[in-house]
Design a protein around this ligand. Structure first.
Ligand SMILES: NC(=O)c1ccc[n+]([C@@H]2O[C@H](COP(=O)([O-])OP(=O)(O)OC[C@H]3O[C@@H](n4cnc5c(N)ncnc54)[C@H](OP(=O)(O)O)[C@@H]3O)[C@@H](O)[C@H]2O)c1
Length: 327
């Protein structure tokens, strides 16, 4: 494989950011895109220099020149679209949250295994240099034993009944849109199998969660996590150990900086590495590495990890009694 040819399925907000990153990565070619509407596909192709465009998702899945498809539709569409791509023998990078629930995900993983293709959730946070540096500090014992995570992701989003964020039929709500990041962060530092999960949420007028609070309890450690559309936070994240602590820069999931403190609060190290383009280039490079090595999943963001975080989100929604339309 020389250049890896990408296809982008759906042409909304994140698809545009991702297209910029694909165009940045040297051994990537932004080969094709697809929209439900041919004019939108054409406009996207012209804007980002995409070679081929389709007004139908199925035609992209059928294009034999495409090496890997990035799915950038609302949550509720991921399952059908990923299934179509995987059954067509395509490698797939699917936006977060990968499916609405664990049973959809299990079915997709089964198909990906049978088809022997690469499959990963686009949890880009895990590939950012600041995130990897924090993991290195913990592995090297710089904060001792991690005992507590505090992490918020609240993003003020004025109610808009037409936006996917607020629509149950599109898998809206703050848990799948934002909460997946704090949950992933907690799992990376405390483990993917908490002993207990305690969660509550404010269910808003469109029937999805507008604000949510989650506690993950481990043997002798805790994660306190929040997510929501009703307030704007600085969205920091702390990993607190018995010998020191780590603080991610604000908007922890996309930050390019992270700080290490001793247990008296003295700054020991400040790591900062600006993104090369917009931060999404790092997950693209990981996909390329996996494809070049013939790997069907990433070690950094494995399907076990994605399954475990999905299980936590399923349990939260079970505790709130929230099901999506058509689920
Ligand atoms: N990694 C990140 O930082 C990040 C950031 C934001 C969002 N996301 C994830 O990316 C996905 C898309 O989010 P977004 O903010 O880009 O959403 P968006 O702006 O609403 O775009 C979604 C696109 O999906 C397509 N689509 C297919 N069926 C649809 C339907 N029934 N209703 C509406 N759109 C439909 C549309 O593209 P066409 O009209 O071209 O078919 C639409 O433009 C979500 O899974 C979200 O969680 C990730």
């Amino acid at each position: 494989m020389d250049k890896i040819r990408w296809g982008i399925m759906a042409t909304g907000r994140i698809a545009a950011t991702f297209a910029d990153a694909v165009n940045y990565v040297e051994d990537a070619e932004l080969y094709a895109c697809a929209s439900r509407d041919e004019d939108r596909a054409k406009a996207f192709a012209e804007k980002f220099g995409v070679k081929k465009y389709y007004g139908d998702y199925g035609m992209l899945a059928d294009d034999e020149n495409v090496d890997v498809i990035y799915i950038a539709s609302p949550m509720a569409q991921h399952y059908e679209q990923a299934k179509m791509c995987l059954l067509n023998g395509k490698n797939v990078l699917c936006e977060k949250t990968i499916t609405l629930n664990g049973s959809q995900l299990a079915e997709l993983i089964d198909i990906a295994e049978k088809q022997n293709v690469f499959f990963m959730e686009a949890m880009w946070m895990k590939f950012l240099p600041a995130f990897l540096k924090a993991k290195e500090w913990v592995k090297d014992g710089r904060i001792g034993i991690p005992k507590m995570i505090k992490c918020d992701f609240s993003n003020l989003c004025p109610f808009n009944a037409e936006d996917r964020l607020f629509k149950s039929s599109l898998g809206g709500g703050c848990l799948l849109d934002l909460g997946v990041y704090p949950i992933t962060l907690a799992c990376e530092f405390l483990g993917y199998e908490p002993e207990d999960i305690i969660s509550n949420a404010y269910i808003g007028k469109s029937g999805v969660d507008f604000d949510a609070s989650i506690i993950l309890k481990y043997d002798d450690s805790f994660a306190h996590l929040t997510a929501g559309f009703d307030i704007e936070c600085q969205n920091p994240a702390f990993v607190i150990g018995d010998k020191g602590r780590i603080r991610f820069g604000n908007w922890f999931f996309c930050t390019d900086e992270v700080m290490l403190y001793d247990d008296d609060g003295h700054l020991l190290e400040h790591f900062k590495k600006p993104h090369l383009k917009n931060g999404y280039e790092f997950e693209i490079m990981e996909v390329h590495e996996c494809l070049k090595q013939g790997k069907k999943q990433s070690n950094i963001n494995s399907l076990y990890h994605t399954t475990a975080t999905m299980k936590i989100m399923d349990e939260c929604r079970k505790q709130w009694g929230l099901r999506f339309d058509g689920e």
